[in-house]
Write a protein that binds this ligand. Structure first.
Ligand code: PMP
Length: 427
């Protein structure tokens, strides 16, 4: 049993010693002391079904024994920087990762986070093309350092830093966007930005295939092929940010970009790929990767033995346990059940997403699509009391984000939907 400090004591210390900008989801934040697969446990041993952990940390389940084993074995042998010395872990994981990539995407740079991966990807695009302008999508999240904060396009995540060389294109949002589900119409805005906002040449384009922080928004069908076409004609590189949608989460495909049938020039990833261990990566072609030989490029812990041993173990677990297939089967079932809830309750304006990356948008008026922000928080809090954790997002804070570890079962899906059903019925 847990014998450490209580939630109140931790909160008091956090208030005194930690960044005042830290926020927590619940009015009475949860003290998680243990994790096992799709479950989290609080200080009293109470179990919670984790419907959100998949994106924050784990893709094959909290403390998956194979991953823990790989980490422990590695830390007992050596943990160091792998920039200066050889070690097999980084090479083995790079080889395995590349085997999951289409086309000529064959060279990996390892980082410690999604922000670092996107910073590097944007710099590579700028170096390769000799241009500065990068187009990103409104409502996206790409990170919180200089370049990535510029590319991120939600005011709540933007500090007053100099934002140079970024243009934000219309968001191809089928639910709230002006052109509905017509991806090609939105993509015309990318061409317009190139024609009217740049020299006609750009460094690149960055987007998520399904927006995570932005509220699980699937880009309208046909958007990426058309947008990529314009960007390529303008000499730019296309970057796919797979930090949330990658690694089998969408069920049908291993990578989010595959849902739109495109092949990017650069792919970035992080979060679940290390199953909770800090790990990010940029994958590109040998020709593009060459630009980083123009100067010295160094990242002390990027690709260190511990993190890459964890990464390789994750890929093996995914294969062994058919987790992508599970994301498809359980995700489709969960989406069907959530869609039935939408038929039952007016307050649910939209149910969307693919695989185990699902969103439920709450509105007080289906016609006006008025965000039901307070209700969203209330349902989340109540579901937590019932033992189910889900996330939220979207510009208006009115979208449930359901992104569990990929080991989620149909029974878990039923429990989650039943808890949501019960909570909404009591409102
Ligand atoms: N890209 C996407 C799509 C993200 O969701 C996030 C994190 N929310 C990031 C990049 C940044 O990752 P990190 O927090 O690891 O820097």
């Amino acid at each position: 049993p847990y014998t450490g400090p209580s939630a109140e004591e931790i909160l008091a210390k956090r208030k005194e010693y930690l960044s005042p900008s830290l926020f927590h989801f619940f009015s009475k934040p949860l003290n998680v002391v243990d994790g096992k697969m799709q479950y989290l446990f609080d200080e009293n041993g109470r179990r919670y079904l984790d419907g959100f952990g998949g994106i924050a940390t784990v893709c094959c389940g909290h403390c998956h024994p194979d991953v823990v084993d790989a980490i422990v074995k590695q830390i007992n042998r050596i943990q160091h920087s792998t920039v200066l010395y050889l070690n097999h872990a980084i090479a083995d994981f790079a080889e395995a990762l590349v085997s999951k990539m289409p086309g000529n995407l064959k060279v990996v740079f390892f980082t410690n986070s999604g922000t670092e991966a996107n910073e590097l990807a944007m710099m590579i695009a700028r170096l390769y093309t000799g241009c500065q302008d990068i187009i990103s999508l409104r409502n996206e999240y790409h990170g919180n350092a200089a370049a990535t904060m510029g590319a991120t396009a939600q005011s709540v995540w933007k500090f007053n830093v100099i934002q140079s060389g970024v243009h934000h294109a219309l968001n191809p949002d089928p639910y709230r966007g002006v052109f509905g589900s017509d991806g090609e119409k939105y993509a015309k805005d990318v061409q317009d930005i190139i024609d009217f906002g740049t020299t006609g040449h750009v460094a690149g384009f960055i987007s998520e295939a399904i927006q995570g922080v932005g509220g699980i928004i699937e880009l309208a069908p046909g958007y990426l092929p058309a947008a990529y076409g314009s960007v390529k004609k303008a000499g730019g590189l296309c970057i796919s940010d797979e930090v949330q949608a990658g690694f089998g989460r969408t069920g049908n495909h291993f990578w989010g970009f595959e849902t739109q049938g495109v092949v990017p020039d650069i792919v970035t990833m992080a979060k679940g790929i290390g199953n909770g261990i800090p790990l990010g990566a940029v994958v590109t072609t040998p020709e593009i990767a060459e630009v980083l030989t123009r100067r010295s490029y160094f990242n002390t812990f990027g690709g260190n033995p511990l993190c890459t041993a964890a990464g390789l173990a994750v890929l093996k677990v995914m294969e062994k346990e058919n987790l992508q297939e599970n994301a498809l089967v359980v995700g489709s079932y969960l989406k069907k059940r959530l869609t039935e809830l939408k038929d039952k309750y007016e307050i649910i304006g939209d149910v969307r997403g693919k695989g185990l990356m699902l969103g439920v948008e709450l509105v007080t008026d289906r016609q006006q699509k008025t965000p039901a922000k307070a209700e969203t928080l209330h349902v989340m809090e109540q579901m937590k009391e019932l033992g189910v954790l889900i996330g939220k997002g979207g510009f208006y804070g009115n979208v449930f984000r359901i992104t569990p570890p990929l080991c989620f079962t149909k029974e878990d899906a039923d429990f989650l939907v039943d808890a949501m059903d019960y909570t909404i019925s009591k409102m």
